[in-house]
Ligand binder design. Structure first.
Ligand code: FES
Length: 128
């Protein structure tokens, strides 16, 4: 049996939403200390909707596939819904990841949460 699902391979070889958003409303960066991989998410948010999202991932194939899938899952969605995205949902959307690669999808969940937290912090700052 193949190690990776076709979807993982597809998102690894042709990742969606790679890059940076120059005038992003929020940025989140996380890393995994054990493997040293880093993921950065850029969000463009309007009226609480994620209008655009891009990522840069310096990491393994699963991390790249997870970031690509995660961006697809939150694009056009309300911020609250994106905040609820779990690494399990990302892995399921990829038709599964090997057990020892699940932590790579955790990075995608954490990067999105970090970006949204950055957004919320800025929002509060602007109001006060
Ligand atoms: Fe580090 Fe996959 S091995 S994120």
């Amino acid at each position: 049996m193949a190690l990776y699902s076709e979807k993982v391979m597809e998102h690894f070889l042709h990742p969606k939403n790679v890059g940076i958003i120059e005038d992003a409303d929020a940025v989140g960066e996380v890393g995994n200390a054990r493997c040293g991989d880093i993921m950065k998410m850029y969000l463009k948010i309007e009226n609480d909707i994620i209008e655009d999202v891009k990522f840069e991932t310096f990491g393994c194939a699963s991390a790249i596939a997870s970031s690509s899938m995660a961006t697809e899952l939150i694009k056009g969605k309300p911020v609250s819904e994106a905040m609820g995205l779990t690494n399990k949902a990302v892995a399921e959307a990829l038709d599964g990841l090997p057990d020892y690669k699940m932590h790579c999808s955790v990075l995608a969940e954490q990067a999105i949460k970090a970006a949204i937290e950055d957004y919320e912090k800025k929002e509060k700052g602007e109001q006060s």
